[in-house]
Ligand binder design. Structure first.
Ligand SMILES: Cc1ncc(COP(=O)(O)O)c(C=O)c1O
Length: 379
């Protein structure tokens, strides 16, 4: 299905991923190289043909609330009331409005490594950020529960990212239950970013808010079709909250709803009502790629990674190159592969890199070959 995709066809689209750093394979931004599902292109084409690209009508917003609830029920057996779904342009807008209106006091507690903007948005909102470095146990990244408990002792907002960008973990019920206990004990709110939920390979995605009644009440869930179905440029995300957050956020969310892209709402509604076939095809591709990326990276001297359980992101430890390479990300960019600098994912991760593997087999192989050759050139 994706055989015709090549670096040339991707560059010709003019996408950020393929044009921002010329001469390199773009693996630094969380987009996939697989285009969008037919349901998205068809509905966008139909709307363009109709010329009806006006401000967002209330009826369409309500339709997306309903479609979101239907999808959460069908995909995760999560009963969400449409009135609990609020629309924002993106997940970071959900976070900002959470900080402004739902959790106006206390620190923001963030397990690292983390999605880069989670490290900068709290300060932009005038808030204290407490980073809690995560641990590696039995060959996988795990949360440092004691560290999180200490950081949350004064309450505040805990940012949970599950599936976890950048380490690719999918937290299981026991892990989520520990988070729930800590948040409840400390009277904290949990911001649960579940944007990567459609891409789970090992285990299942469990919406954090479904873990218990306490979790339902203390959680702000943020999600979007943007990762699963590759639509980030359409700018629409969903916040899901229960009472009493619902009443507090209704007015600010209502004001922001006017900024949302009408086309994005139409596409997200269509995807939630028809999520299946394309997603299954893409997941089969990614399932192959996640093993291929781990095998390839682990065969390069000085680099290591774990097989991601979810997402299309691999977290690569390049500390084995430390005595020969000052900045791994600059080094690999000079050798034709653009990755994300781990330093942007939290303090102390300068020797790590984030690799987006949502691409075709031949392109991933070429990137791994370039990285292999780059390291060999150090000898
Ligand atoms: C974990 C996570 N959260 C949020 C976002 C932001 O997505 P969007 O801007 O489409 O809402 C991303 C994008 O890469 C992400 O990986």
């Amino acid at each position: 299905m994706f055989d015709s995709i090549t670096p040339d066809t991707l560059r010709a689209t003019g996408s950020l991923k393929w044009t921002a750093i010329p001469g390199t394979i773009g693996m630094f931004v969380a987009e996939m190289d697989f285009g969008v599902p037919p349901v998205v292109s068809e509905c966008l084409r139909a709307r363009a043909d109709s010329g009806a690209i006006g401000y967002l009508p209330r009826r369409m917003a309500d339709d997306l609330r309903e479609a979101t609830a239907e999808h959460m029920s069908a995909a995760y057996s999560w009963k969400v009331e449409p009135a609990s779904v609020f629309l924002f342009p993106d997940v970071l807008a959900v976070l900002r409005e959470t900080l402004r209106h739902l959790v106006p006091d206390g620190p923001v507690v963030l397990p690292t490594p983390a999605y880069m903007p989670f490290l900068t948005v709290p300060a932009e909102e005038g808030r204290e950020l407490i980073e809690v470095p995560s641990l590696v146990e039995d060959g996988r990244w795990v949360l440092d529960y004691d560290g999180i408990d200490r950081a949350l002792s004064g309450g505040g907002l805990f940012i949970l990212c599950n599936p976890w960008n950048p380490v690719g973990r999918v937290l299981d019920r026991d892990e989520l239950a520990i988070v729930e206990q800590i948040a409840s004990d400390n009277g904290a709110t949990v911001f649960s970013d579940e944007i990567h939920a459609p891409h789970v390979f090992d285990g299942v995605h469990i919406p954090y808010a479904t873990i218990s009644e306490r979790a339902t009440r203390h959680t702000v869930t943020a999600t979007s079709t943007s990762k699963g179905w590759n639509t980030p440029g359409l700018k629409v995300a969903q916040m899901i909250v229960d009472e009493p957050f619902r009443d507090t956020i209704a007015t600010p969310a209502g004001l922001i709803e006017g900024q949302i892209n009408t086309l994005g709402v139409e596409a997200a509604t269509a995807v939630y009502r028809d999520p299946g076939e394309w997603l299954a095809t893409v997941k089969a591709e990614l399932d192959d790629r996640r093993h291929r990326v781990a095998e390839g990276i682990n065969s390069i001297p000085g680099l290591s990674t774990f097989v991601p359980e979810g997402t299309y992101i691999a977290w690569v430890d390049a500390s084995g190159l430390a005595d020969r390479v000052e900045s791994p990300v600059r080094f690999f960019r000079e050798h034709g592969v653009s990755l994300t600098d781990g330093a942007h994912c939290g303090t102390g991760y300068e020797k790590y890199m984030r690799l987006i593997f949502g691409t075709t087999g031949p392109i991933l192989d070429e990137a791994l070959e370039r990285m292999t050759r780059a390291v060999a050139s150090l000898d």
